[in-house]
Ligand binder design. Structure first.
Ligand SMILES: Cc1cc2nc3c(=O)[nH]c(=O)nc-3n(C[C@H](O)[C@H](O)[C@H](O)COP(=O)(O)OP(=O)(O)OC[C@H]3O[C@@H](n4cnc5c(N)ncnc54)[C@H](O)[C@@H]3O)c2cc1C
Length: 469
């Protein structure tokens, strides 16, 4: 079967990979010149990579790890020491570590919490553990049911001390979803926590060894093309043309720089665009269909990535750091964490600003100034006097992953839709992970499976190769 896929982010590329494994022919159409969507990156005039976002991989990312193993690129993940590390704003320049020992889950995570005495008292730890019990005992079903509460409300209902929220969950919530615990659905951090408590290496963090378009997307493209698929950049979907019965007739694509658009016809069609982009292009007759109607409840959340190049080394570590700053979320010294960005003499910090509502409309200069002012609190002995800024860049994403507020789970659509030859893919679609790289890869795989299973499509080829599981 020929399958046209609009969107060359991780979901679209993963969908194409698993479609060729099933013996089909995907045609990926990406709007931008660069593949990757929210993991896209570009080289600037100096040859430095500018990334859409700082990306951390986790041991719990089963599908991402499997995809990389199937592509023979698992060695591109640089695994860090098993620990979660937080800045301590109350003691500027110091870090607090949750070191996870190499013993079976959930004892490894529990021991790491019990051993950390910087951030929580024993009483707070015990109340926190008791509060978590229903999530551990009753599992994902309980976690899903908590989508009616914000994380902050849920913590209060469980009698968890307010300090657990301010010290740990603000940082975790900002890192996972780019919003604060009073806004985020309890389901999201509880899902992540459950993974970490169930899998021995679930909370272990890795960094890709370079820029995602080169080091992650390109091997997927090569695989897809080698197996008969096509991947086109600068190929924006302009219109989903439908027939009288509501099924897709063709994708109208292109039309850049005054050139006219062209048609792409296929046996099945996939939107692997962000939910915001899809809503914009949704054909009028579909707007009454309940599955598409509920997409009105989903929209991308703003986030900002800042990269700062310094003229000397800062005292950083080879890890993702939770800043616990009002403005900043996580950050890392990429000159240490990431092989292709290595620099023995100068640091390059990559930082995420979240929540970003207040910042997304402001000029880059103001954002850089605010970032540096926060950094002087994290590195008081080095900034601003001893170590100087060489260059700073800001990359704004006004609509990134879906805003994971309470009630959103019910809005997330399945990959198969009521339109027999049309499917959805993307980390916002229903899958057990959040708006994450893992969620994107899993959604792509689920979309490929839904297409392969569909009875209303012309199955012209017998499934072959490594079947998607
Ligand atoms: C700052 C930041 C930090 C992040 N950190 C992490 C992290 O540490 N760990 C993690 O797991 N996840 C992280 N994420 C989230 C992760 O990047 C996303 O969940 C994932 O990449 C989404 O992939 P996707 O394919 O579903 O969507 P997208 O990446 O949004 O892909 C959609 C694609 O569709 C294309 N498109 C849109 N309109 C059209 C059109 N008309 N025609 C053709 N193509 C179109 C877009 O250009 C894009 O390439 C982060 C995201 C950001 C922004």
């Amino acid at each position: 079967m020929r399958v046209a896929i609009a969107g060359g982010g991780l979901a679209g590329l993963s969908c194409a990979k698993y479609l060729v494994d099933l013996g089909h022919q995907p045609i990926v159409l990406e709007r931008s010149d660069v593949l990757g969507g929210l993991v896209a990156a570009w080289q600037d005039e100096d040859g430095d990579w500018l990334e859409t976002g700082l990306h951390a991989f986790f041991g719990a990312y089963r599908n991402m790890n499997q995809l990389m193993a199937e592509l023979n690129i698992s060695d591109r993940l640089q695994w860090k020491q098993h620990a979660l590390v937080f800045n301590q704003p109350e003691k500027p320049g110091t870090l607090s570590r949750f070191d996870v020992p190499d013993i079976p889950a959930p004892f490894n995570v529990i021991v790491s919490i019990l051993r950390n005495n910087d951030m929580l008292t024993w009483e707070q730890k015990i109340r926190f553990a008791i509060g978590l019990l229903p999530a551990i005992v009753r599992g994902q079903k309980y976690v899903e049911a908590m989508d009616k509460y914000s994380l902050l409300d849920w913590l209060r209902l469980q009698g968890v001390d307010e300090k657990v929220n301010t010290d740990i969950f603000i940082a975790a919530s900002k890192a996972l979803t780019f919003i604060n615990p009073d806004e985020v659905s309890a389901t999201v951090p509880l899902t992540a926590l459950n993974r970490f408590l169930q899998e021995r290496y679930g909370s272990k963090i890795a960094f890709l060894d370079g820029a995602p378009p080169e080091r992650l997307c390109q091997p997927i493209v090569e695989y897809v093309v080698r197996h008969g698929g096509e991947v086109h950049t600068a190929a924006p979907l302009r219109q989903i043309a439908v027939r009288g019965d509501g099924t897709v007739d063709r994708f109208v694509v292109g039309g850049l720089h005054g050139q006219s658009g062209y048609d792409v016809t296929a046996d099945a069609y996939v939107s692997a665009m962000s939910v915001d982009a899809f809503k914009h292009l949704m054909p009028e007759p579909w707007r009454e269909v309940p599955l598409f109607q509920k997409l009105q409840g989903l929209e991308g959340v703003p986030v900002i990535n800042v990269q700062v190049w310094f003229d000397a080394k800062l005292p950083t570590i080879d890890q993702l750091l939770f800043s616990r700053s009002d403005i900043l979320s996580v950050y890392a010294d990429m000159s240490v964490t990431t092989r292709d960005y290595e620099d023995a003499d100068r640091s390059m910090l990559e930082l995420v600003i979240a929540p970003a509502e207040q910042w997304i409309g402001r000029p880059d200069g103001e954002i850089i100034e605010a970032t540096l002012s926060e950094l002087t609190k994290l590195f008081p002995e080095h900034l601003p006097d001893k170590v100087k800024v060489r260059k700073a860049k800001v990359l704004k994403t006004p609509r990134s992953v879906y805003r994971a507020t309470p009630g959103r789970q019910a809005c997330r659509p399945s990959q198969a839709t009521p339109i027999p030859n049309f499917f959805l893919s993307g980390s916002y679609t229903m899958q057990e992970f959040l708006g994450s790289m893992e969620g994107a890869v899993l959604s792509g795989k689920l979309t490929a499976q839904a297409i392969a299973k569909s009875r209303s499509l012309p199955h012209t080829q017998v499934a072959m190769g490594a079947a998607a599981t």
